[in-house]
Design a protein around this ligand. Structure first.
Ligand code: NZQ
Ligand code: ZN
Length: 385
């Protein structure tokens, strides 16, 4: 196991009805900005529950954070938060709303001229407004981590950043709030969580059997409960289980002491920025082809994952590892997630722009730094078929 420091101060409140604890969790001073997305919380009753809980408090609503939150939108929220003297930010939504709220928190407390530099890392997050989360779409684990991914136009970009100051103070995980999710977003969440685990466990192997088994436990549960939920989308137990799986997949716990990859994510971010793919769909379309490209480096872990997660029985390592990739593809397909890029979306012109974005990683992605832009091109062309 590699050396590590683990820190995670998020108070996680899980359970049907846990929204009733919100009133006590939001600090009792100053206006609260309620950050939300394109209106799902108004349609599924979450907004009503929030209003009940925040009765008597000064609430400054900021709806309209879009999927893949955009810098311009968030800067409007920053101006409003400053004008209204907001003291606390409450995010109600999925990864985009939570990430956007993290950016607002950092940018509102930033005195420099260009808050985008907080995302590029040229400026450090030295202060941030406190944040709370009411999760409505499990998948990203933003509710229990210190990261956010922000997009911008002119020039087109989508970049992750992180800071200890961006951990939410609390996150409410009420699985009843996920019953209104259409299957597409439910599946996206499962696919995203699955790839988060792979990026942390399907890497160059180091002796860390507990970490690997924690990761395999999450993967097995995602597969078992994901399949069952396809049949029974109203099953609250399954929804709760998947919520907890996706939080654990990226609350930094399983990444302790192991080698991490994250190349699929960085390629996926460029695809989303240039071609508008849903985050999870960019990942599931790239991952199998990236695993085939990096087969020699990853075959040991792949074979074990095949046996422990998908019940592959082949004794021979190469056969088991190849069967693992096929089993992952079959699982994604069952969930209606793509395992190939669509050439009518990722056209030759789009591919050129995506590869242009990847030129920023000329030193190479992946745990061994050998996924250079020309290797990315091979992976994307293989996925396009
Ligand atoms: O905007 P609203 O109206 O809320 O609708 C959303 C949105 O259209 C809808 N939705 C959310 N909860 C719902 C619901 N619809 C019905 N019922 C509900 N209960 O779902 C749509 C997608 O939401 P979004 O938040 O964009 O999805 P997701 O949670 O997948 O977040 C994706 C973003 O998170 C980033 C991605 O890059 C992307 O920008 N990520 C953040 C990470 C992190 N902070 O650690 C890690 C991830 O790898 C990822 O990169
Ligand atoms: Zn992700």
């Amino acid at each position: 196991m590699l050396d590590f420091t683990y820190y995670n101060p998020v108070r996680l409140v899980y359970g049907p009805g846990s929204i009733e604890k919100l009133g006590r969790l939001v600090p009792d001073e100053g206006p609260v900005m309620l950050v939300s997305g394109g209106g799902s919380i108004e349609r599924n009753g979450v907004a009503d529950a929030l209003r009940t809980q925040l009765q008597g408090r000064e609430v400054v609503p900021f709806p309209g954070v879009e999927p893949n939150p955009q810098l311009d939108t968030l800067l409007r929220a920053v101006r409003l938060a400053r004008e209204a003297g907001v003291r606390f930010l409450l995010a109600a939504g999925g990864g985009s709303v939570i990430d956007g709220t993290k950016f607002i928190a950092a940018a509102a407390a930033f005195s420099g001229d260009d808050p985008w530099q907080l995302v590029t890392g040229r400026e450090k997050v030295r202060a941030a407004l406190p944040i709370g989360v009411v999760l409505t779409l499990p998948g990203t684990a933003s509710e229990m981590n210190d990261g956010a991914v922000i997009s911008r136009k002119n020039p087109t970009d989508k970049q992750p950043f992180k800071s200890e100051r961006l951990f939410p103070r609390f996150a409410i995980l009420d699985p009843t709030f996920t019953l209104s999710l259409p299957w597409r977003y439910t599946a996206n969440g499962i696919g995203d969580a699955f790839v988060h685990v792979l990026e942390q466990t399907c890497t160059r192997d180091v002796f860390s059997p507990l970490q690997h088994r924690l990761a395999e436990g999450i993967l097995s549960t995602l597969v078992e409960c994901g399949r069952a939920l396809r049949e029974r989308p109203d099953d609250l137990d399954l929804r709760g289980e998947l919520m907890w799986c996706s939080t654990l997949a990226l609350n930094r716990l399983i990444g302790c002491g192991v080698v991490q990859d994250w190349s699929t994510h960085l390629i996926g971010h460029a695809l989303t920025a240039e071609a508008g793919l849903d985050h999870a769909r960019s990942l599931t379309a790239v991952l199998p082809w990236l695993l085939r490209e990096r087969f020699e480096a990853k075959r040991g872990r792949l074979a074990t994952l095949g046996r422990r997660v998908f019940g592959v029985t082949a004794a021979d390592e190469e056969t088991a590892a190849r069967a693992a990739i096929e089993a992952m593809e079959a699982f994604f397909t069952e969930l209606e997630l793509p395992v190939r890029l669509d050439p009518s979306v990722v056209t030759p012109a789009v591919l050129v722009r995506v590869l242009g974005q990847m030129s920023a990683y000329s030193k190479g992605l992946g745990e061994d730094g050998d996924i250079t832009p020309d290797v990315v091109e091979r992976i994307l062309r293989a996925s396009l078929g």
